[in-house]
Design a protein. Structure first.
Length: 262
């Protein structure tokens, strides 16, 4: 009986107006980022949606839409990627997803809110601190650094679709051509996201109400990607990211408060 009441309560939350408002905002931000600004803001969505629903449910609803966005990204950047880096980071991504899958049962809702909150605040502050950093010489590809950071990216991507910052920590210091950088991240996350479908299904994340809401919100994901393509030459990339990271910072602080109180 208690489990039935919990299921009913969860379905009611998933249908609340607050959920849909935050979900549409979050999905549009991610779609615009992927379509027009090279991605990197996938981690915004789960923290925003976690303000009103379970982080586990937020991640499950978002994953099918990320897979749809990845198809569009692969079409746009086909064959414009760095094979050397991909050979290094793809195995690490698989390892990170595997570790996250095996430890999934040990992570409760409040712990995940704290984890997402820490990641959100840390990478928002890291973004804003970059303006005061001195430029460093370009680094070369490294199996050790690439393996470590791609495994972290696979783990955080599984837990909260927050793999962008860790993989950027590895790739950005190499100062790759912008198109090559974006194309490499597109392939990496398309691969990781489709791999994640298997453990998400095996762990029971894709309940019927989750899939129905993902289907309902799928057009928003497509619209976000095409809106990003349209805005690519019409909106300042700098201000877009500044505003989105400000939202990420505030959301992360709120999740930290929820996790600590909980």
């Amino acid at each position: 009986m208690a489990r039935l009441l919990t299921d009913v309560r969860n379905r009611a939350v998933l249908l609340s107006p607050a959920f849909y408002v935050l979900a549409v905002i979050a999905i549009l931000i991610v779609g615009i980022s992927k379509g027009g600004f090279g991605g990197g803001l996938g981690m915004v969505a789960v923290p925003l949606m976690s303000l009103v629903i379970s982080p586990f449910d937020a991640a499950a609803i978002l994953l099918p839409m990320l897979c749809i966005m990845d198809v569009a990204g692969l079409r746009a950047y086909w064959r414009r990627w760095d094979p050397q880096n991909l050979w290094i980071i793809l195995p690490g991504g698989i390892l990170g997803v595997l570790v996250a899958t095996l430890t999934y049962r040990w992570v409760d809702e409040q712990m995940l809110r704290l984890l997402i909150g820490v990641i959100a605040v840390a990478f928002a502050l890291n973004y804003y601190s970059q303006a005061w950093r001195r430029e460093q010489p370009a680094r070369q590809a490294s199996r050790v650094r690439g393996g470590i950071w791609s495994a972290v990216a696979g783990f955080t991507s599984f837990s909260a679709h927050a793999g962008g910052p860790p993989i950027s920590v590895y790739l950005l210091p190499q100062r790759l051509d912008k198109t090559l950088f974006v194309g490499t991240t597109v392939v990496f996350f398309a691969f990781v996201n489709y791999i994640k479908l298997v453990p998400y299904a095996l762990l029971g994340q894709f309940r019927i109400e989750i899939l129905l809401n993902a289907l309902l919100l799928a057009p928003v994901a497509v619209a976000g990607v095409y809106l990003g393509l349209w805005l690519h030459h019409r909106l300042s990339e700098r201000w877009f990211y500044r505003l989105c990271y400000a939202l990420l910072l505030l959301t992360g602080l709120r999740l930290l408060q929820q996790g600590l109180v909980g």
